[in-house]
Design a protein around this ligand. Structure first.
Ligand code: S3P
Length: 425
């Protein structure tokens, strides 16, 4: 797909549902008693993979135009899948599902696309093995496909070396099937959607600093889940609104959970004009409308505890930094190397291709902003967040940019290009 300098973006936008919360609603709905209804469910490829995995384990899931209905069978109601569970491109599905499967009384195997089969699964194999699970990387390299023989598990206190909500959630979900309390401590707090949703479904969850604990064998009951708009998807429109002169966009119903709102804090530090309106709360999840106006941005430093709260937004934040006056330093972001692609390398490469002044670092990069960006041919490497971030860079820059493999936005935001076009007219 080709992009050139954009007209001002104007108008209102309701972005699709949060990917993390949509996955969790299906998973918790499946292992709860009764029906869970989910509105604003994200119909992206990743969340559809989660639905398909649970259908293969005997869970009836109805997809209506306005809601998803999951007919849960309780904590011990899943049945053995007859075929391998295919998670597609979804790391969240593979890692969280591993935690659930480890505690079942059947064996299963998990696979996915070429990207997921390269991503590290040792980070879940290690804690699950400590809980007594039988989980194995079939190729023996710590990657998928995974073979899991479900069995009763032991509660542990896991000190996670990474601040990862996927690891934390995997251990907490396995903890539902353990014989005693399960705890996870992480270096910095990662997104807490699992904790909030588990609590609203009836699990006993305690949080103290960077430690979360879960009690085993809860009575989980189906709930009504209203999925907030995904701040990670809103991020592209926040960036577009800030970078494209004359823009003013009202982005409605965006999840602003404090474990996800790092991009708003960074934008503020960069001098962005973003008004937070109409704040609301549902089951512990905060939402708001964001009024974004074109702003002159300045560089900033992004490091430490804020990193997990904006990890998926770093590609588009790096794009904003390239247009900002002054230097932006990103540190402590080595996790970007093991996302859907090696985002650290690809961001640096693509920004350089467009003419930006950027120096890579082992855990981030230094971007000296303000050089004009010009068109280039850029491969998304089938990474949805790379495709969307550089579409915005192209629309704020000069010349024509072609994004190769641009269709991968269907993973998290199928209507992304249509929504961009609509705001331009
Ligand atoms: C997610 C957690 C993050 C994030 C991913 C979704 C989740 O991954 O990058 O897009 O839903 O728990 P990590 O847990 O690997 O940081």
């Amino acid at each position: 797909m080709k992009f050139t300098k954009s007209l001002p973006l104007k108008g209102e936008l309701t972005i699709p549902g949060d990917k993390s919360i949509s996955h969790r609603a299906v998973m918790l709905g499946a292992i709860s008693q009764g029906t869970t209804s989910v509105t604003n469910f994200l119909r992206g490829a990743d969340c559809l993979s989660t639905i398909s995995c649970f259908r293969k384990m005997g869970i009836a899931i109805e997809e209506n135009p306005t809601e998803i209905l999951i007919h849960g069978k309780g904590l011990h109601g899943l049945s053995a899948p007859e075929t391998v569970l295919d998670v597609g491109n979804s790391g969240t599905t593979m890692r969280l599902l591993s935690g659930i499967l480890a505690g079942q009384d059947f064996s299963s195997s998990l696979t996915g696309d070429a990207s997921i089969r390269k991503r590290p699964m040792k980070r879940v194999i290690t804690p699950l093995s400590l809980m007594g699970a039988s989980i194995e990387s079939i190729p023996g390299n710590g990657c998928a496909p995974l073979a899991i023989q479900g069995m009763p598990l032991t509660g542990i206190h896991y000190q996670s070396p990474v601040s990862s909500a996927q690891v934390k959630s995997c251990v907490l979900l396995a903890g539902l099937y353990a014989d005693s309390t399960t705890k996870v401590t992480e270096p910095f707090v990662s997104r807490n959607h699992s904790e909030l949703m588990l609590r609203s479904f009836g699990a006993e969850i305690q949080t103290e600093g960077t430690t979360v604990s879960v009690q085993p064998d809860p009575l989980l009951t189906g709930q009504k889940v209203e999925v907030p708009g995904d701040i990670s998807s809103a991020a592209y429109f926040i960036a577009a609104g800030l970078l494209i002169p004359g823009s003013e966009i009202l982005i409605k119903n965006v999840g602003i959970n404090p474990t996800r709102d790092g991009i708003l804090r960074v934008c503020r530090a960069m001098g962005a004009d973003i008004e937070i309106l109409n704040e609301q709360e549902h089951c512990g999840e905060l939402t708001a409308d964001l009024l974004v106006r074109h702003s002159a941005l300045k560089g900033t430093v992004i490091e430490g505890g804020i990193i997990p709260t904006l990890i998926d937004e770093l590609p588009v934040i790096a794009v904003m930094a390239a247009f900002a006056e002054g230097t932006t330093i990103i540190r402590d972001a080595q996790e970007l190397k093991v996302k859907e692609s090696n985002r650290l390398d690809i961001i640096v490469h693509h920004l350089k291709e467009m003419g930006a002044d950027v120096t890579p670092a082992p855990d981030g990069m230094v971007i000296r902003g303000g050089k004009p960006l010009t068109g280039a041919v850029l491969d998304s490497h089938m990474d949805h967040r790379i495709a969307m971030s550089f579409a915005i860079a192209a629309m704020a820059g000069n010349g024509e940019t072609e994004i190769l493999n641009s269709d991968c936005v269907s993973i998290s935001y199928p209507d992304f290009y249509a929504d961009l076009r609509r705001l331009q007219s």
